[in-house]
Design a protein around this ligand. Structure first.
Ligand code: UDP
Length: 448
């Protein structure tokens, strides 16, 4: 448990979470029902492209496990087509509510701040059809939902728990060359949410520090809860050879894999450039090198969806790169198993679910030493961390896998063991403890 939840104890004068919880354990209780807010992306969308990624997976997995612990969850998300039913049962105890806010299609995430009032109206209306006290707590995700959560929680007199997922100031401090910075309006909105929330959930201690450093978040309102991995889905199963057979990949190939949303922040171009360096140094490798890029364009990458294809052609490696549109997680697990290593050269990453998923499948990870990736990957044990984004450095690490074919297996075994500590059950139980702490009598915000 202590690995999954730790109040920001590194700061002087901050009481460790467990001691604090023990103090309240006599009368704290888990909430019966939580309103989970996910304005800009639906838990029902396929992750790996557009606005759907780790946050969607996080909300789905967390909600299911919370429901198993007896905490009912209702997830509010914006309706993006007219054909959607008002509610969908996602799993026992987990309901998705579609909220009408703005036109169904053609509304970019950047345009959603103008719809927050309409969205909040939908959330308040849903609650108003029940007896008072229907939701015990609001948990909002990403700053847009935080704005809705701020008002709803205050209106209902319940606590607001907020997870940032990404922060504008952190992203802007580590932009890829030529990438567009996040606007000032987002920073203002995030700051308001930090002020309004009773608890801020950080994925890692590093993110907790960033919240304090960039947004002045008080240490006693931050909790660290590591995200998890679905260990039933992401596991070694029948191994690499079988996965390669299923995907039609050669058994003797060296396969550095990229998986995730294709946008400058994730730096798939660094992998392609590293592969070009590798091939320049060892042209003989070309016949047994396959570089799958699994995922679709997203964020600022949407402006030039063909950018990566063109780059592969320009680098003269189009024959080894295999672009694969986003796949369901069951198939993604096979891509992880088939890979020699997963490569995540991101400029910024609040955690990097793909890194822990690949390891759970027994595949080591080569990651940039940024954000949560040093928590997800143990350098030299379950993969390698690389400082910076110089393709030559990534090529050097990839070279180790070429020269030492047994490396994948030894790191992969340690990776699978490491990932086992990250089951979603532990994350949900840690989150439920945070909920219990914040809903304890005497801690409720005053009803306005
Ligand atoms: N993913 C998927 N299909 C794909 C590519 C990615 O389902 O083709 C999922 C993947 O399993 C992971 C999530 O998308 O859970 C990406 O999360 P991550 O934290 O790595 O990045 P984010 O999208 O949050 O930036």
């Amino acid at each position: 448990m202590s690995q999954h939840v730790a109040r920001l104890g590194r700061r002087a004068g901050v009481r460790p979470a467990r001691a604090l919880r023990r103090r309240f354990s006599g009368y704290s209780r888990r909430p019966r029902r939580v309103a989970m807010l996910s304005v800009h992306t639906s838990p029902l969308h396929q992750p790996g492209t557009g606005d759907a990624g780790g946050m969607n997976v996080y909300i789905v997995e967390l909600s299911k496990r919370l429901a198993e612990l007896g905490v009912e969850v209702e997830i509010f998300t914006r309706a993006t087509t007219g054909a959607l039913p008002p509610t969908v049962d996602l799993a026992p105890g987990v309901l998705v509510r579609h909220v009408d806010a703005g036109p169904y299609e053609g509304l970019a995430k950047e345009e959603l701040p103008a719809q927050l009032c309409a969205f909040t109206h939908g959330v308040l209306q849903a609650e108003a059809s029940h007896r008072p006290g229907y939701y015990d707590l609001v948990h909002s995700h990403y700053w847009l939902s935080g704005q809705v959560g701020w008002l709803s929680a205050e209106r209902w007199g319940v606590p607001l728990v907020h997870t940032m997922h990404t922060m504008a100031k952190v992203k802007n401090a580590a932009l890829a060359e030529g990438d567009t910075p996040e606007p000032a309006a987002r920073i203002i909105g995030e700051t308001q949410v930090v002020d309004a929330a009773q608890r801020l959930i950080a994925n890692t201690a590093e993110e907790a520090d960033e919240l304090a450093l960039h947004y002045d978040a008080p240490a006693d309102r931050i909790e660290v809860v590591h995200p998890g991995v679905n260990l039933d889905l992401f596991r070694r199963a029948d191994g690499r050879a079988a996965a390669r057979r299923r995907l039609g990949l050669p058994q003797d190939a060296v396969i550095p894999l990229f998986a995730g949303r294709i946008q400058p922040l994730k730096a798939p171009d660094v992998l392609l450039r590293a592969v070009a360096v590798l091939l320049e140094q060892d042209p003989g490798l070309r016949d047994r090198l396959v570089v799958p890029v699994v995922g679709g364009p997203s964020g600022t990458g949407l402006a030039k969806p063909e950018h990566l294809h063109k780059l592969a052609a320009r680098l003269g490696i189009a024959d080894v790169v295999r672009f694969q549109p986003p796949v369901g997680q069951r198939e993604l697990a096979d891509w992880y198993r088939a890979a020699t290593t997963l490569v995540t050269p991101s400029y910024s990453e609040s955690f990097g679910l793909v890194a822990i998923e690949a390891q759970a499948c027994g595949t080591p990870v080569v990651a940039a030493a940024v954000g949560g990736l040093p928590v997800a990957v143990r350098d030299g044990v379950t993969g390698f961390l690389v400082d910076g984004h110089d393709p030559a450095d990534y090529a050097r690490v990839l070279r180790r896998f070429v020269d030492r074919p047994r490396l994948r297996r030894s790191l992969g075994e340690a990776a699978a063991r490491h990932a086992e500590a990250f089951g979603w059950g532990a994350s949900a139980s840690a989150m439920a403890d945070v909920y219990a702490d914040v809903t304890a009598p005497g801690r409720r915000p005053v009803h306005v």
